[in-house]
Design a binder for this molecule. Structure first.
Ligand code: FES
Length: 99
């Protein structure tokens, strides 16, 4: 487990990209306050997933609007699945890794 940033860096309903050991991770702050973390680079053509639209369940890549389940990483539109990472908030800290 490690702290990679602070929750208040991410407006509710949006995502931000964090660099972790040279890897880019997208962290999303859902409107219910929970967090999700996925690979940041879209497996379709490299779009910035953290800039995509999210709802309670999915993220839409901003480039071509392919969709993925934010919890499982499963593609909802026939693309390769996303890597997902365990993430939670501890006060204002974003903690990546199993609790
Ligand atoms: S680059 Fe993400 S859907 Fe095409």
């Amino acid at each position: 487990m490690r702290a990679i940033g602070t929750v208040d860096e991410i407006p509710p309903g949006e995502g931000r990209t964090f660099a972790v050991d040279g890897q880019m991770i997208a962290v999303f702050r859902l409107r219910d306050g929970s967090l999700r973390a996925t690979q940041a680079v879209c497996p379709h053509k490299g779009g910035p997933l953290a800039d995509g639209q999210i709802d309670r369940k999915q993220v839409l890549c901003p480039l071509h609007l392919n969709a993925w389940d934010l919890t499982t990483g499963c593609s909802l539109s026939g693309q390769p699945d996303l890597a997902v990472y365990p993430v939670h908030a501890d006060d204002n800290k974003i903690i990546l890794g199993d609790a």
